[in-house]
Design a protein around this ligand. Structure first.
Ligand code: NDP
Length: 451
């Protein structure tokens, strides 16, 4: 046993940190976890979980509309306080579950602000703690912009506890958070404008999927204002007067800034050790999640891998296998990470976009379908769904799947197993569909849309 107090001290009690601490402790290591706020990190407290509740709420609104075509008539009055407060109660319950999971695994929880003092030393609210290894799993924080009146914007952190729901809202950004919140707010009856600096939101996703989402999301009532940046915000009597650099002015009750997230290094003491960062400001790590100081490890949103909860958890399991279980698992295949954007309609994707696949393969077969799902027919809902397969012509392997439609994430999670395992289009074709579902379309795509 080493002279250190712990074999591992984890800084940050989010998805990656808690999983790393629990699994390391189960392997017999002496583990402490330092957290200055609530357990569960971004995902549980101000991210995936409360966002999904809000997204469900927005879909209820759509469902009530659709139900009229099925003979239902109800006054679907929405009460923001109920959604907000029920969400807060559930988060509190989850905070408690995280606490008891740590207790059961034998992890010591150190409540307070952790600061790295040296390669094996941390202080937690000033108290010295030593450990053979230190894991940085502090996650990220919303990026702040600097222009006149930028302080009048809120970040996604504040969206979950608003006293009242605004009537008019501007969402600034074109990534996951902006697009999800634009759909949620629109679904809850807020007059919503999304302002994005580029030509088309959701950069990095399949271009055809992005175009489809643009049309569907604007069809549902979100005003999309692309090719513009906010240059100033003035506030008078509670109203925000927003000026864009293309000369447009918009008035809103609230402006949400959703322009990316950055690692949460404030007060962490990185200056006290040699931990190299990459050009994007993320911590550089090797395949074993080791930084340039070998006793200091890092994973999750502080390293340059997809900022997704299941990725942080997978990294935690890998890190523990390597450093505490003396195993060398297969490296994580970051290319086959499935992901969903919980906008309306939901979008989900796994593997390569058509644009990426074009760079990689000589010949491609692209299969695309867009149709009105059965549910929408009686409901007189014009909303459509979209499915696309990107197939490498030479190997017949399905290298990308892109879906927009109800519960796209649920469908693509299953399809991701195939993409991860190298499934071929012929194997899709040999699969019998479930009728009548929207999902059956994915195994009945026979006509090549283009090569
Ligand atoms: P994203 O990186 O997804 O998007 C950031 C957006 O802000 C982009 O549209 C970007 O534009 C824009 N932007 C960046 N800098 C500026 C600037 N200076 N001025 C104006 N616009 C700017 O970040 P999010 O904040 O939406 O989300 C953070 C991460 O959290 C995501 O990347 C994702 O990994 C994760 N997340 C996952 C979710 C899920 O799994 N469903 C949900 C929410 C978040 P451009 O495209 O031109 O660069």
């Amino acid at each position: 046993m080493s002279d250190f107090q712990y074999d591992l001290i984890v800084i940050g009690g989010g998805s990656g940190g808690v999983r790393a601490a629990r699994v390391a402790a189960k392997s017999g290591a002496r583990v402490a976890l330092a957290e200055q706020s609530r357990l569960g990190g971004t995902c549980v407290n101000v991210g995936c979980v409360p966002k999904k509740f809000f997204s469900y709420a927005a879909h209820f609104a759509e469902g009530f509309e659709q139900s009229r075509g099925y003979g239902f008539h109800s006054d679907n009055r929405f009460d923001w306080a109920t959604l907000r407060d029920n969400t807060a109660s559930e988060i509190e319950r989850l905070n408690g579950i995280y606490r008891s999971l740590l207790d059961k695994a034998g992890v010591e929880l150190l409540s307070g602000h952790a600061r790295i003092e040296g390669p094996n030393e941390v202080t937690v609210d000033g108290q010295q703690v030593t450990a053979e290894r230190i894991l940085i799993a502090v996650g990220g924080t919303p990026r702040q912009l600097d222009f006149p009146g930028a302080e009048h914007m809120v970040s996604s952190n504040e969206m979950f506890t608003l006293a009242t729901l605004p009537k008019r809202m501007v969402v600034y950004g074109g990534g996951y958070i902006a697009v999800e919140f634009a759909s949620i707010l629109n679904g809850l009856g807020v007059e919503t404008t999304l302002v994005y600096r580029g030509e088309l939101f959701l950069k990095g996703f399949d271009h055809e999927l992005r175009e489809f989402l643009r049309d569907e999301i604007s069809g549902k009532g979100v005003k999309l204002h692309f090719n513009a940046s906010i240059s100033a915000i003035e506030k008078s009597e509670g109203v925000k007067h927003i000026t864009l650099d293309d000369g447009t002015s918009i008035d809103a009750d609230l402006v949400l800034s959703a322009v990316g997230r950055e690692p949460n290094f404030e007060g962490l003491g990185l200056d006290n050790v040699d931990v190299a960062l990459d050009g994007g400001g993320f911590i550089k790590v090797d395949d074993a999640y080791q930084t340039s100081t070998p006793s200091i490890l890092a994973l999750g949103d502080v390293i340059n891998t997809p900022q997704l909860t299941p990725v942080a958890i997978a990294e935690a399991i890998h890190m523990v296998a390597i450093h505490f279980e003396q195993r060398t698992p297969e490296p994580i295949n970051y290319e086959a990470v499935a992901t969903a954007v919980f906008c309306s309609p939901n979008a989900a994707t796994v593997g390569l976009t058509e644009e990426e696949a074009r760079q990689r393969f000589e010949g491609l077969r692209i299969y695309v379908t867009a149709f009105r799902p059965l549910l929408h027919t009686l409901a007189q809902d014009p909303g459509r769904c979209f499915m696309k397969l990107v197939v490498d012509d030479a190997s017949d392997k399905v290298v990308g799947v892109h879906v927009a439609g109800a519960d796209a994430g649920e469908l693509v999670q299953g399809l991701a197993i195939g993409v991860q395992s190298g499934i071929t289009k012929q194997q899709y074709d040999a699969t019998i569909g479930i009728h009548p579902t929207s999902a059956e379309e994915i195994v009945t795509l026979r006509e090549v849309t283009r090569r």
